[in-house]
Design a protein around this ligand. Structure first.
Ligand code: BG6
Length: 492
């Protein structure tokens, strides 16, 4: 049973709340995972009554949740926990209205002075510091129960800004109370990497440079910049996807087995991966990292505009919408194994996938006779298909010596839908499990890896490659692998 708690959502009328948070809360409730007295207090700039807010919550659930509202009494029970307080978050005085709403509910539930409080900042990141400080000033963080803060990326735009923000947040919330969401860590198949590796005697002995030839991580999207140009044109794909999601997946693939399945032990091992990640000097970045920007092209049969022609994008923008790189984790396990990563907007497909390519058999016997036999691949599909498969070489039925590739498959989301990332992450934050949240050390080391690349690009010391919308990125991203005798495997 979850402990009783109050969740205060800043930005309750915004996109994240509507698309992800309300649907996730509803699914948790429906599945019996929110089984205590809980209260949700939405905070937004404009006034509205609790009734109106509940209607908005209902609409967003019907639009975005995996399941719609069908049972009225269940809905009424859920909706009755929702309250609303209007506040300008820059003004500390206006937090009193939020406090009053929280305290009244706590009193009604018999937990006055000892209520557990969770603050979700679903607002612009430049407000994170102000709000966490004002939460303290207003007394909202004073409770004998627990208090927690949930924030989203981006945490700063480089190491030093992230450090400043972290120091500011630390004035109100300790590291153990700070839950930094990387929604990729909430994805079922990302969480499954750990299980796959450490619960199967089949893989762990092979999981090193002795048997693995290379690893590829792809996170491609077909959408363009959408209506987020103000943020994206400043950020670019390196900050938007690599600093967080891609490096998180890399850590999950590379980490050593933790001593126990405890948050600290897992974070320790993940951090070690980032410490071993080779950092490139500015003059060598061009050899290892490719940046690209989309030009016009065809997606789903429709001509789409070039990045520079998108709304609110600087027509001379040098912002990258694509990154590919060859990375190395310089420790004993991974010595010499290239980790190829790529991510971009307006690519051929929406897919998130990790491919582990095993070393080939010695070139005799079958490989000798038939040179185009492929290596064994272990493919971990994260999106849209959730599952994994292994390619093997087998005898073609009925033939004498023909070999054919076969696949062993497991589908995670074939039978019924699996939980959305936000469902499991919100639940973890409610029960106080920080395992799948980003520790400050991960954030800081990730920035330290990213910053020199960013600087090199900002100083135009490496070329910008342009790629057609609907393609798999610029030619340079293919050459990055070809030079090593490798190629990107087609997305499954
Ligand atoms: C977000 C990025 O973190 O992840 C977006 O800011 C990106 O630019 C999104 O579109 C991709 O997430 P998903 O879950 O759709 O792969």
């Amino acid at each position: 049973k979850t402990e009783p708690f109050t969740l205060v959502i800043f930005g309750a009328t915004g996109d994240l709340s509507k698309r992800k948070l309300f649907p996730a809360l509803f699914m948790l409730f429906k599945n019996g995972l929110l089984n205590s007295d809980f209260t949700i207090v939405g905070v937004g700039r404009s006034e509205r009554t609790a009734e109106k807010f509940r209607m908005e919550v209902r609409d967003s659930i019907n639009q975005f949740a995996r399941l719609q509202v069908t049972d009225e009494s269940q809905w009424n029970e859920f909706a009755s926990r929702f309250f609303y307080a209007a506040a300008d978050v820059n003004n500390p005085v206006q937090y009193q209205g939020i406090k009053k709403t929280v305290e009244e509910r706590e009193q009604a539930l018999g937990v006055k002075g000892k209520g557990n409080r969770l603050f979700y900042l679903a607002i612009a990141p430049d407000l994170f510091a102000t709000v966490s400080l004002n939460l303290k000033k207003s007394g909202l963080t004073e409770t004998a129960g627990w208090k927690r803060l949930i924030i989203e990326k981006p945490i700063g735009h480089d190491y030093s800004s992230a450090k400043v923000l972290n120091e500011q947040i630390k004035q109100s919330f300790t590291e153990k109370e700070t839950y930094r969401i990387d929604h990729y860590l909430g994805k079922e198949m990302v969480q499954n990497i750990e299980v796959l590796r450490f619960a199967n005697s089949l893989f762990e002995p092979l999981w090193s440079h002795h048997f693995i030839e290379s690893v590829q991580i792809t996170a491609s999207e077909t959408v363009g910049v959408e209506d987020r140009a103000n943020y994206y044109d400043e950020a670019g794909a390196l900050r938007d996807m690599v600093q967080n999601h891609i490096l998180q997946m890399l850590m999950m693939v590379c980490m050593e087995p933790p001593s126990r399945l405890k948050t600290e032990a897992i974070h320790d091992e993940k951090v070690k991966v980032l410490r071993s990640l080779r950092r490139y000097q500015e003059d060598e970045i061009g050899n290892y990292v490719v940046r690209g920007q989309y030009v016009t092209g065809v997606i789903n049969g429709k001509q789409v505009p070039a990045y520079r022609d998108e709304k609110n994008v600087n027509p001379e923008s040098r912002t990258e919408t694509f990154v590919a790189a060859r990375l190395y984790v310089d420790n004993l396990r991974w010595a010499g194994v290239p980790f190829y990563i790529r991510t971009g907007k307006r690519m051929a497909e929406k897919a998130t996938e990790i491919v582990i390519q095993f070393k080939e058999m010695p070139k005799n016997l079958y490989f000798n006779k038939n040179n185009d036999l492929g290596p064994n691949l272990l493919v971990i599909s994260i999106h849209p298909m959730e599952g994994m498969y292994m390619t093997l070489n087998a005898k073609k039925p009925g033939s004498v010596d023909e070999i054919t590739p076969v696949a062993m498959e497991f589908c995670n989301n074939c039978e019924e839908g699996t939980p959305e990332a936000y469902e499991s992450l919100l639940h973890d934050a409610i029960i106080g499990d920080q395992t799948f949240f980003t520790h400050w050390e991960e954030v800081s080391l990730a920035w330290k890896f990213i910053d020199p690349i960013r600087r090199t690009w900002d100083q135009e010391k490496a070329p910008m490659e342009f790629y057609e919308s609907g393609s798999w990125g610029p030619q340079a991203a293919h050459e990055l692998l070809a030079g090593q005798g490798h190629k990107w495997w087609p997305i499954s």
